[in-house]
Design a protein around this ligand. Sequence first.
Ligand code: HEC
Ligand code: HEC
Ligand code: HEC
Length: 455
Amino acid sequence: MTTKKHLQVALVSSMIAGAAWAGYAFADNLASTPVAGAAVTVVAGIPADQRQLVQQGQYLASAGDCIACHTAKGGKPFAGGLGIASPIGKIYSTNITPDKDTGIGNYTLEDFDKALRRGIAKNGVTLYPAMPYVSYAKVKPSDVKALYAYFMYGVQPAPQANKAADIPWPLSTRWPLSFWRMMYAPPVVTDELSASNDPVLRGKYLVEGLAHCSACHTPRAVTLQERSLTDDGKWFLSGGVIDGYLAKSLRGDANDGLGSWSEAEIVELLKSGRTAHSAAFGGMAEVVEDSTQHMSDADLTAIARYLKTLAPVAAGQKAMVYDDSAAKALRTGSGRGNGALTFLDNCAACHRTTGNGYGGTFPKLAQSTTINTADPTSLIHLVLLGGQMPSTRTAPTHYGMPGFDDRLTDRDVADVLTFVRSSWGNHAPAVSAEQVAKVRRAVGAAGQPKRAEND
Ligand code: HEC
Ligand code: HEC
Ligand code: HEC
């Protein structure tokens, strides 16, 4: 084969591989999985020299959120079987308990390392990149060792056979995956971090590696690899769509990134799932519940400090300034557009006519970086299906927002979001009924309600 042909084959196969997990959606996992720290009791009989390592590994497994993907709804922790939707069929996560017949009980440290950081299973096949090995490639060898100790000695073995993917032949052949891996997987790190205690370096290590923030927050190319796996350009963590939500930009932009967030607010969100002005929803609610709430304050501070070093995507965004004209119009009844009326009828009881909500309970919509994203996917999804804040140790109440899919038409949702995105100091592009219709279909919401004119 000529080099050119070779490249073509590689590209096409990597597109197949990419398609094999595009839309990578935790469809089966809408109910939250058990909390890693609480659900897993360290098994008796750990060799004395492994105890500390096992404990360290347990912490790292929470930071890596292994439980989120490797536990089916209502299933045994880490026994796999969670369906991850893709356009060509469903992929299932595997059993990573130390059961010798169905899990990874026979894996050596080297086998484990190869799967975790290189995406190659013990039997030599390449794993679907739904397993975020491109991020885990950055995990240092001593942490891999601790994780291995935890999975061998700290996790209860659970006999449960792996399920084959529901992908028809020939798309089910895995050879395109190895092309994809060869093209896009980064080399694994070999050196230990320097002894520096610089929290920014620690934050970078966690964000790029174990915590795999970029698996959701970095946009992907046509062939589905993340546009960047490290902060070498503006793509990294600049926002990606995952599971029907926009995992928004975490870069320094004031209006739609984290430029206006303090380090303490970022820590608070990761620890409790909410701040005085915002709340985690969609995939982020699960990340907080299963993973970040279990991380130490020092590590969360390191993550926040590192995120605050990321330059804005667009230079010169000005901070939003509160504007009270929408609140006044709502109060005096002069705001008569469908968007304003829909807001009064359906949203104002919680988010208030001022758009200020109630801190920690009903998030603020005014001057919100969640609301000012150019891409409205998350907002449409949330208004159609509603959401629940994560329940965490420091903020246990699951405050919820109802879904409006069976009450509001595509036009209503578009109008109310356009109103929200242009009031109280927000200034984001209008939302169209077509955009709402598209998300309504994609997330499996109820069809539009039938309503008489002017009702
Ligand atoms: C975003 C989802 C996701 C996360 C997070 C995740 N995995 Fe996976 N993992 C998968 C999927 C899906 C597979 C199966 C891929 C396949 O069949 O090709 C897998 C496969 C594996 C395998 C190979 C098992 C085998 O049978 O050979 C190991 C080992 C593994 N994961 C360990 C981990 C560990 C340890 C963590 C946490 C540090 C983790 N995974 C986090 C999705 C995930
Ligand atoms: C499974 C996908 C996923 C992963 C992994 C993930 N996020 Fe998110 N994140 C999202 C989604 C979706 C949103 C948008 C919903 C929201 O605003 O809560 C989001 C929003 C956020 C927000 C804004 C919250 C708000 O209220 O405006 C922050 C901050 C954040 N993520 C930080 C992180 C960090 C740091 C990591 C890595 C430790 C991470 N995320 C990993 C999906 C993810
Ligand atoms: C019963 C109270 C309630 C009502 C009514 C309600 N919401 Fe919410 N809203 C919430 C809660 C609670 C959250 C946080 C949800 C989560 O974290 O999953 C939220 C979150 C949001 C967010 C994301 C804010 C952020 O920073 O994360 C937007 C946007 C939003 N609501 C818009 C609306 C709109 C538009 C309506 C009317 C169509 C509405 N809400 C009706 C309670 C409500």
